[in-house]
Design a protein around this ligand. Structure first.
Ligand SMILES: Cc1ncc(COP(=O)(O)O)c(C=O)c1O
Length: 409
């Protein structure tokens, strides 16, 4: 008899696709056409990217926004604005996309990796405190999957130790901590508009800050070391060309207009899913801290315990879920397991003194990061734009896999 599981030839739970991403309509088409016909396609004399910076910064309750080419560039610009350089250390979560750490290496500084909390998968403030040395200059919090890191404790810690607090908000457009939008709660924050993100122009990034001094430096760094009002060919500090094009600025203005409406749908669907998922043995949704007043919900993340699924691996469970018609996105590998840290290549970016040191943290245990990497399942954000019925189909698919799990064992 044929199995009921789609992976073994049975019928899929879901035969129709989830909503397509990215979302666009006549607004984007018209905005792009206006840029085309204006013949102003680059930022410097343009109006679109400038307006987008102002609109996005205002939306995130931040005084300044500097649009850049991507989220990695945003981190590089933010760290350069803070003056991070060789000999410095920056504390970074072990569980994040590589850019959070590689931007530190770009500056010639050492990313000191610490474990995350087991419930929210965000950086552990307790471990941040333990990792502070006289060389520490900054901490980068990542709002994982849209859930803000514990900003109360991180703000307190960074204040008393005189460190900068950077918010990597690449997942967290519109997320809030105690009613305040993320990004500029700390000293400086960054966003990504890469294709998978909550709003996108294919690529793109943003730096936000409430500090005028950091805005001035970031703006200069992102534009070849220029200074506002000075001659075009005068360059006052090291900088590069991180400018966002007018095409992207124009598209992102339209994407921002759609964010609140989409966020409301994602929030509603995430609540439905989390409620139903928490009833399934072996499934534990990412925790929602009561101080998180809005989760932008870049993904719906849940922990998977194979013991409740006839011991089938996370990978096999994901294959079965995909076969049922439910898409997933990969979790991140722990940074300390990446080749660049294992093979010592990262040392080539450091000062000679720092390169010669023993970086004991790389040999440490990161149990929560390892679990978050290999024992979680991620439903991508476009899935959360689906209907209530579609959320029910996701739950049915998981229950079906659990029921027939022994056939996959
Ligand atoms: C947490 C995090 N930081 C940084 C980045 C880098 O953004 P980008 O891909 O736009 O360079 C991403 C996304 O890719 C990310 O998920």
């Amino acid at each position: 008899m044929m199995s009921k599981l789609a992976l073994l030839g049975g019928e899929k739970v879901k035969n129709t696709p989830f909503p397509e991403w990215p979302v666009y309509d006549e607004q984007e088409r018209q905005a792009l056409n206006e840029v085309l016909e204006s013949r102003v396609w680059w930022r410097t004399p343009g109006t679109q990217t400038l307006a987008f910076e102002q609109e996005f910064a205002a939306y995130h309750q931040s005084r300044h926004g500097i649009a850049v080419t991507n989220g990695t560039a945003a981190l590089e610009v933010a760290l350069m604005a803070l003056g991070i350089g060789p000999g410095d250390e920056v504390i970074v979560p072990d569980f994040t996309f590589v850019a959070t750490a590689s931007a530190v290496l770009f500056c010639g500084a050492l990313p000191v990796l610490v474990d995350v909390r087991p419930d929210t998968f965000c950086i552990s403030p307790k471990l941040v405190e333990a990792a502070i040395t006289p060389r520490t200059r900054a901490v980068i919090a990542v709002h994982m999957g849209g859930h803000p890191a514990d900003m109360d404790r991180l703000l307190h810690l960074t204040r008393i130790h005189n460190l900068a607090l950077v918010e990597d908000s690449s997942h967290a457009h519109g997320s809030e901590w105690r009613g305040q939008k993320v990004g500029a709660i700390g000293d400086i924050g960054t966003f990504s508009f890469q294709a998978s993100k909550l709003m996108t122009a294919g690529e793109g990034g943003m730096v936000v800050t409430n500090r005028d001094d950091l805005e001035l430096r970031a703006r200069s760094v992102h534009d070849c070391g220029r200074m506002p009002g000075e001659w075009f060919y005068s360059h006052f500090q090291y900088g590069s060309n991180y400018r966002l094009s007018e095409w992207q600025g124009a598209v992102l203005r339209q994407q921002l207009r759609r964010l609140d409406e989409q966020a409301a749908v994602r929030t509603r669907n995430a609540a439905t899913l989390n409620q139903a998922l928490s009833q399934i043995e072996g499934i534990l949704p990412q925790a929602l801290d009561p101080r998180c007043t809005r989760n932008g919900q870049y993904a719906l993340i849940f922990s998977y315990d194979r013991r409740a699924f006839a011991n089938i691996t996370t990978e096999r469970f994901i294959q079965a879920l995909n076969a049922e018609g439910v898409p997933t996105q990969a979790s991140y590998p722990p940074l300390h397991e990446l080749a660049v840290f294992k093979n010592g290549e990262y040392r080539r970016r450091l000062s000679p003194e720092a390169a010669a040191q023993d970086h004991a943290f790389l040999k440490g245990a990161f149990p929560n990061s390892v679990k978050a990497a290999w024992e979680t399942v991620w439903l991508p954000q476009p899935v959360l734009l689906g209907s209530e019925e579609e959320m029910g189909q996701i739950i049915s698919a998981i229950k079906k896999i659990q029921y027939y799990a022994r056939e996959l064992a």
